[in-house]
Design a protein around this ligand. Sequence first.
Ligand code: NAP
Length: 310
Amino acid sequence: MILIVGGTGSLGGALARRLLAAGARVRVLTRVEARAAPLAALGAEVVVGDLTDAPSLLRACTGAEAVVTAAHSLFGRGRRSSAHVDGAGHRALAAAAEAAGARRFVHTSAYDYGPAAARIPFFRIKRETEAHLRTRRLALTVLRPTAFMESHAHLLIGAPILAGRTVPLFGRGENPRNFVAADTVAAVAQRVLEDPATIGETIDVAGPHNLTHLEVVRLYERLSGRVARVRHLPLGVLAAAAAVLRPLHPGISQVIRLGILADNGDQRADASALEARFGPGTTLEAFVAARVADASGAAPGTPATAGAVA
Ligand SMILES: NC(=O)c1ccc[n+]([C@@H]2O[C@H](COP(=O)([O-])OP(=O)(O)OC[C@H]3O[C@@H](n4cnc5c(N)ncnc54)[C@H](OP(=O)(O)O)[C@@H]3O)[C@@H](O)[C@H]2O)c1
């Protein structure tokens, strides 16, 4: 039995579908049972729990040989803050996995974007959690993915274009950054679970290309036939907003800081070592083509036209 914490998210869902298709027994932890209904329909066992509720983690880990983490809390505050969920929650999960005898532990962290990123709580806590996990009696592998296409290309850029809404871009949108598909990360996680030689490793997981946000806009325009409306939000105004919001809502403040970093930090990554080892990842073009086909109701692979995109 493989427990996926965050099985209802982009990465956890992709991994659950891969493992179920390969005939593995999969258990998914969610805070809200209904969110896991599509995976239950595919044969996953669903357990209701919360990273901030230690007894629920012990119940979830009992009988699991492996635990995969794919959960995070970026926007939350109080009990839902990064410190509680990405930090203390993951330490409690590691203790539960150890107590339940689930020695194999695959942890999803985040790519190392250097000192500027390390000043943002989310990235700092991710590093602290990695360091803590290395002290436990767990057969640990850490994955460090770059920005997911699902959230950073589609949710923030592509979905508004396909819905005919204005795309708000932080800054100029001319900073190249690496995007990886959640399914590419899931494919690596699946291989890692099968391969004991990966125990003790920390693996950077990047996608094939580095593109700017404006290039992502152009890609959606080209593949959908739509013309995007883009509004550039000045970084200075955003930095001021992040500072004002910091004591009031640290979660929103840190998400703004992450957005600023996406426009002015080094966000590039090189996938060549990963691809030599695990095979090629999904390209952004293929990912966007699939989203455009979904939005137009066309069969995958059918070019969408402007008229077909509702
Ligand atoms: N998205 C990115 O660009 C990106 C980049 C690098 C690394 N990562 C890392 O990759 C992993 C997966 O990210 P994702 O984008 O696939 O996530 P996602 O789609 O945003 O989904 C978040 C998941 O976290 C779960 N979750 C949130 N709070 C929880 C809590 N208190 N207790 C238990 N589960 C909780 C949610 O489960 P329920 O709502 O069902 O409870 C959901 O399954 C995370 O560790 C993330 O930090 C993501």
